[in-house]
Design a protein around this ligand. Structure first.
Ligand code: ATP
Length: 549
């Protein structure tokens, strides 16, 4: 029995055997062969797991390496809901021209174009109002990554971005941008408002000077109708921004000059009960249970204000003309710069004051708006208008003589045709070296009934037109301020004075002699800049064929 009692050593070895004992599915210990196979399979599984762990580690390492070190320097900002107000100091693109090289600036501008050069650099043209500047995103080891460069390149054209960067002097002047003496080396770049729709034409195509098409006829040309159909985009060009700044400037200078002479700015009604200057060319609108008309001019109201002792008045407001004129210089709605002034002795007091007003406008445009003019010149080069300090005044009969002298047949008492007006403009320029002049003493029969006839020769009248480059910008005259005489003039025109009794009666209680004129704002801009078509000088033009946008 003592033999059957295991020693300590034996006990251990048996326990080990039992532990290693692997049973098969039948519950019997595995054969040696099966055991070997199992061992191989376990080995294989272990190696597989080790390999997977290795791969996972490699992947993690790789990922750790590509963590974008510039990720906080670019991206798309949340929609601005005015949640913060940090008082950041922003610079305008235009002011970059005079910014100190090396200074750090922040701007908000549109991305006009992006142009990558390889994976490490991307050039952008940034635009704000009337100015563009070149900017550059270039990879460096700590703040600008390849991903940031890629982001810059994928920003859609016309998106608004907030950019911080260093002002740098480029190797050579950047001719393609209005700010050419510096460029911006971007350090942060955030989209503040993304252009999610594709623009109908590129800003580069819309801003290209005509001359470039003669060099390369394959360049895309944006025609006027396409521009006007997409006016919001078209107005974004630096040229259009400048044109409409100049338009605003003309109004501002008109006001400034007249305010300094004690004029009163008035606002006359535009919905009126009868056609102001005869039934033709007037838009009829329904007005509750009857019809009303859109004012063709503030003529009657300006004059009534003179009778109300305002002394001198002006108005800047829309004028409506239902003329089916499809020309380069007519619209169905335009902005009238109108003025009326009582005078002491002679209507020339007013006529020469208006001439001084234009000279003032021309001079101040050159002085205060040279930037805008130079921007417009880039796309629509034009010769600045010639004018003299002492304005040129010719009489209608002088104009007839000049035209006849050039072999052109004209009638003494008929209006000049548009073509003849242009020819006259050329003749006047050649003879008097000016693009701006006044024609005085028009034939009475071609002027409205409220025009005062000339005392000496009633076939002519105390009326005048002003011209720039041979096209009319203003019509004016001394008005009839005597009610009875006015009535007789109205009757001569075949109209019943009773139809305009409010107007006629305004002169029954005494009224100063007065004169004035009506200027077409868009005509002044078109002719001053030689744009060739009035629609280019109108924000959202209205003509017989266009009511939209
Ligand atoms: P035009 O002979 O050129 O048609 P008009 O003699 O009818 O002009 P007025 O009624 O005297 O012009 O208007 C005064 C000014 O208003 C004109 O000198 C011009 O500058 C501007 N104007 C007149 N009609 C239009 C129009 N349809 N579109 C744009 N501007 C106009």
């Amino acid at each position: 029995m003592a033999d059957s009692v295991p020693t300590d050593h034996k006990v251990e070895s048996v326990a080990e055997d039992l532990q290693n004992l692997v049973l098969g599915p039948d519950g019997e210990p595995l054969s040696k062969k099966a055991l070997k196979k199992l061992e191989k399979e376990r080995e294989k599984e272990k190696r597989k797991q080790e390999r997977a762990a290795e791969l996972a580690a490699e992947k993690a390492a790789r990922e750790a390496n590509v963590v974008d070190y510039a990720k906080d320097n670019y991206g798309k900002l949340e929609m601005n809901q005015s949640a913060s107000f940090e008082g950041t100091k922003f610079t305008t693109v235009r002011d970059l021209e005079s910014a100190q090289v090396g200074s750090v600036v922040t701007i908000i501008a549109r991305v006009q174009t992006t142009r990558p050069t390889g994976a490490k650099m991307c050039f952008l043209v940034l635009r704000e109002g009337t100015s563009t500047v070149q900017a550059l995103v270039s990879v460096n080891s700590d703040s600008i990554s390849k991903q940031m460069v890629k982001f810059a390149d994928t920003i859609s054209a016309e998106s608004l971005v907030r950019v911080t960067g260093v002002v740098v002097k480029p190797d050579e002047i950047v001719k393609s941008c209005t700010v050419g003496n510096v460029e911006l080396h971007i350090s942060t770049l955030f989209i503040t408002s993304e252009a999610t729709s594709r623009i109908p034409f590129s800003m580069e195509d819309a801003t290209r000077p005509e001359i470039e098409y003669t060099k390369d006829p394959l360049l895309v040309k944006v025609n006027l109708d396409t521009r006007l159909d997409n006016r919001v985009i078209d107005l974004r060009t630096i040229t259009n921004n400048a044109i409409f700044r100049l338009q605003a400037a003309v109004c501002k200078l008109f006001r400034e000059f007249l305010d300094n002479r004690d004029f009163v700015e008035i606002h006359s009604p535009k919905i009126i009960s009868s056609a102001s200057e005869g039934g033709a060319n007037v838009f009829q609108v329904s007005y509750f249970k009857r019809f009303a008309y859109l004012a063709q001019s503030p003529q009657f109201y300006k004059q009534m204000c003179i009778s109300s002792d305002f002394g001198a008045v002006y108005e800047i407001a829309p004028v409506f003309r239902a003329e089916d004129s499809n020309t380069h210089r007519h619209m169905t709605e335009y902005i009238g710069l109108d003025l009326e002034m009582s005078f002491k002795e002679h209507y020339h007091e007013v006529m020469y004051m208006i001439a001084d007003l234009f000279t003032f406008i021309f001079k101040e445009l050159e002085k205060r708006y040279s930037h805008e003019i130079s921007i417009i010149q880039r796309q629509y080069p034009f010769e600045p208008i010639k004018y003299s300090e002492k304005p040129l005044k010719l009489e209608f009969k002088d104009a007839v003589a000049l035209l006849r002298g050039a072999g052109i047949e004209v009638d003494d008492y008929e209006d000049l045709s548009t073509a003849n007006e242009r020819i006259l403009g050329g003749l006047v320029r050649d003879k008097y070296n000016t693009d701006f002049y006044m024609l005085d003493k028009f034939p009475t029969k071609i002027r409205p009934f409220y025009t005062m006839p000339d005392k000496e020769n009633p076939l002519y009248s105390n009326s005048y037109d002003f011209f720039i480059r041979g096209e009319e910008i203003m019509s004016g005259a001394q008005r009839v301020h005597d009610a009875d005489f006015l009535e007789s003039r109205i009757r001569e025109c075949g109209v019943d004075p009773a139809t305009m009794s409010d107007y006629v009666n305004a002169f029954r209680y005494g009224c100063s002699p007065h004169a004035g004129g009506g200027v077409g704002l868009e005509r002044v801009i078109m002719l001053y800049l030689n744009l060739g078509n009035i629609r280019r000088a109108s924000l959202f033009p209205r003509d017989p064929k266009r009511l939209d946008p």
